[in-house]
Design a protein around this ligand. Sequence first.
Ligand SMILES: *Cc1c(COP(=O)(O)O)cnc(C)c1O
Length: 371
Amino acid sequence: MTDKLIRLSKSCIGEAEKQAVSGVLAREYLGMGSEVEQFENALSKFFGRPTVCVVNGTAALHLSLQACDVGAGDEVLVQSLTYIASFQAITATGATPIACEVDDRTLTIDLIDAQNKLSPRTKAIMPMHYAGNPGPLSKTYKFANKNKLRVIEDAAHSFGTIYHDRLVGSFGDIACFSFDGIKNITSGEGGVVVTDDPHITQAVSDARLLGVERDTENRYAGDRSWDFDVVQQGWRYHMSNIMASIGSVQLKKFEHFKKSRQELAQYYDSLLSGYVNVSESDYAQVVPHIYVIRIAPGQRDRIRTELLKNGIQTGIHYKPNHLLSKYSSNQDCSTLIRTENIYDSIITLPLHPDLTLQQVDFICTKLKELL
Ligand SMILES: *Cc1c(COP(=O)(O)O)cnc(C)c1O
């Protein structure tokens, strides 16, 4: 065992973030105020669309679904191979997640399976841009438009990705991003809803502050709402100034993070293609959040154990949600065989901007010895 662990993922924080946080602490206004407004303004400029910051990516998904009137009795199409956050955000509204297969190449939602699982209760589809790649997103939108579904993109993996010459989040219905500690940029914890729909922007903006109408506008003016109305279920999902101050610095560093993630993934591809099944992502467009390879079934656990003995941490993204007790009961598991086979063969290798090309060399050498 080498003494220094190569981490699967990590936050990349410098002096500028520390100073920004110190500034907020010194001003003693920690809640939601001018730093959040500034971060939102910077994000709106980045995406070319209104943005609403919230406490995490899960909250962004939950509030977006709620703003689309998704609730009890409704169904939402979602790939089973996603983070548990996608499923929990759906059930938080009272709606039912309908677990779908993924496309074997891109690991994004399989639209043929989604088509088969449409019902009169289907209200929305939640495509997840696996490892940063949105898959055939324009087909997803065609499918949604034809069937009158809202699209809530779980874009947590794809901050900065370009799809057909446009930034993910800058077009389409609603896109939700996460700024948790290991995402393409972080605000400690955090998330954002990006949409052109003014009804959604207002509904999410109010719902993040317990449903208090227009409280955001008052807080940004340095005030609070003391006499107000509430018309919808709200939550304590707002972002704090501490978080936003980190996020603003990270957004300025994004070009650097993007370049290093893309370079590392390209380097992995160059060393591994021909040995293992690598993603077909074009890293001139995709900004990868994770780097996932596929190996022969049944080998995953042995290889992960051996890599860890060499100080290489790996992951599995993800255990399919239809295999979890909470979600297994309303599914016909036999229809998700492809997802289960993929689950057996995926390993996530280390990827973060502080990883070096030499470390990638080392990881790939060790991995090839184990195949
Ligand atoms: C990180 C992530 C989320 C949720 O974001 P949090 O900020 O952790 O709540 C949702 N979906 C996917 C696919 C994610 O990776």
